[in-house]
Every structure is written in C-alpha cells, then in structure tokens.
Design a protein around this ligand. Sequence first.
Ligand code: SAH
Length: 352
Amino acid sequence: MAALKDLLTRLIQTDGPMPVSTYMTLCLHHSAHGYYATRPGLGRDFVTAPETSQVFGDLIGLWLAQTWIDLDRPRPLQLAELGPGRGTLMQDALRATGPIDGFHEALTLSLVEASPPLRDIQASRLARYAPTWISDPSNIAPGPTLILGNEYLDCLPARQFVRDGPRWRERVVGYSDTGELAFGLTDDLSDPNGTASAPPQARGFEIQPGLETLVEGLRQRARLGHPFAALLIDYGPSEACPEDTLRAYYDGTQIDPLARPGESDLTVDVDFGRLVRLAKQAGLQVHGPVPQGQFLLALGAEAHLNRLAGSASDGGAALYHGTRMLIDPAEMGTRFKFVCISHALPFKPTGF
Ligand code: SAH
C-alpha cells in the first residue's frame, strides 16, 4: 500500500526535497504506483459534471455541432478530448449530435489520456466512433479542429512559491524527523519562473507550467492555418492568482495532500487569468471565461432538462437534482468556468 510513499522517501533521501510539481507528477502518473495509472477513482474519490447530469454532455455536444455548422461544416473535422475520464462527456455529446446531418460522418476522434485503466473504459464506451489515442494535443492531425477538456487543466502539476521578505522560496516536499512526508521551503530563490507576474501583494503564488505547454501547442497549430476551437472547462479564479490550492480527494473526502500519495486524487485551481494572458500573447482568440451556470443556461439547459425529464422514469427528479448542481451558483455554477481558445474562427462561438 505504501509503495509510492517508500519510493518518494528514497528519492528525497538521494536527491533532496522535490518541488510540489514533481510530487504531483509522481503521485498522479507514476506508471506502477500513480493514482491515474492504478486506481482512477472517478465517481468514488471525486465526481465530475458529465457524471452528475447528462445535460452537461448533451449541451456540449450541441456546442460542438453548432461550431462545426458555423465553420461551414468542414469535412474531415478533427475532434479531440483531453482527459476524457470514463468517456461519459464524449458519449453524451456524440449521442446528442447523432441526428445532426453529416456531423458524425465528418468526425475523426482523438483522445489524450494518460491512464491505462481509463483508456480501457473509453475504448469500450466509445468503440463505435473508432477513437485513436494520442500522447499529446500536438499530435492531433492537421485540419479544422475542435478540442474539449473538462477537469483536465486542474490535474496539470503546479509549482508553488512563497514570499519571504524580499525573497521567494519554492515549496518542496521532504520528510520530517519522524519519517513522514512534510512540506518545506527551499533556500533563497531570487528569480523563480514567473515571479515577474506575481501580484505585488501576494504572499505566494502557484504556476502550472503545463498551461504554457498547452498554449504553445495551440500556437503551433494556429501556424498551420486551419481554424480550431478548444473548449476548456475547470475551476479556479479568473482574476487573482492562486496561492496554495493543492488539494487531495480520497473516497469523496478532502484529505491532507501528503497523507495518501498515489491513492488520492491531487488537484489545483486553474489560473484562468494567466491562461487567457498566455493565449492572447500567443496571438490566439479568447472567448470567456464565463461561469458554467451562465454558459449552460445560454445553451438552453432549462428547455433540454424539461424535455429529458418528460420521459424519465422518476419524473426527472435525478436529472433535475444533477442539473441544478451544475448551474446553482452555490454549487458548481460559478466556481466552474468555460473558456474557449481559438484561431481563425470568424464568429463568436455560441454561449460566450
Ligand atoms: N473529463 C473527465 C475526467 C476528468 S478527471 C470528466 O469530466 O469526467 C481528469 C482526466 O484527465 C482523467 O481522465 C485523467 O486520467 C486525465 N489526465 C490527467 N493528467 C493527464 C495528462 N497529463 N495527460 C493526459 N491525461 C491526463
């Protein structure tokens, strides 16, 4: 059970304390003991929007189809999903768009998924759409493209910096006198990556280098000339920069991020403000972010819910409850945001 903890302890003994980002990478993706490699606990450790209500995937399906129609129905269309989990979002989205003339015939589906057990689930649930798995969004074939990612960005490892008077130090994971994993700080770090953009009052800040990698991939894609739109959905602030938002979930409960390495899901808030800045600096179009509740209502969530509820065996009680969770500002409606990063889109995508 404590295999990853032993491995981390040995690594710290030989190499010294590790940045929080390295800790996250090993906990989530170590091939033998990482969380996503061994026991991805979707539905048990945490629940996502598509698993909460079918309305989510259905409406996103309609967004995809509408964007395709507004692009004059290009064929072929590359459709890619980042971190598809159990495949529920794509399954709902594609079922909902079945009746849209020519849409499925135009599609080539690619999935970016790090977890072998989740890839197996996606393979069985999405078999009829003949997906291929690619290691990186930059491997999506050229051509007009739609990209989708729900709760993918929050898994990208974060580095954390803490102000100490005039200096910045990086938060690291080491171990205590009793041999338990423990947070510490590096010695003076005068110019950590990104301090220039740290808010002057901040006591600390968090940076996900993976956001840069993603935007750079999109920038390269834009240079190929074809239009694309990436719809990214996640939680996090759009103005203030996150300080220390590392959290762990185990069995539906938030626990100490160091308590169960490899057995709990690790996540951070996404710095939407930074993502938007990076995308604009790269010359890409940015729409939003808009709060999830607002986006889903703009896409017709209420009417769609009523339609579905009419044929549900429980009169729609479960659907109503799940959809309310997604939209209610006190639940997921405000904290979750939709942002669309695009290139050569001659219109504002629906919902923004
Ligand atoms: N989108 C799904 C699942 C969200 S959980 C849903 O909404 O239900 C996060 C997903 O991202 C999982 O499928 C996880 O395995 C995947 N993931 C996390 N980091 C990844 C990475 N670096 N590369 C590819 N997939 C990753």
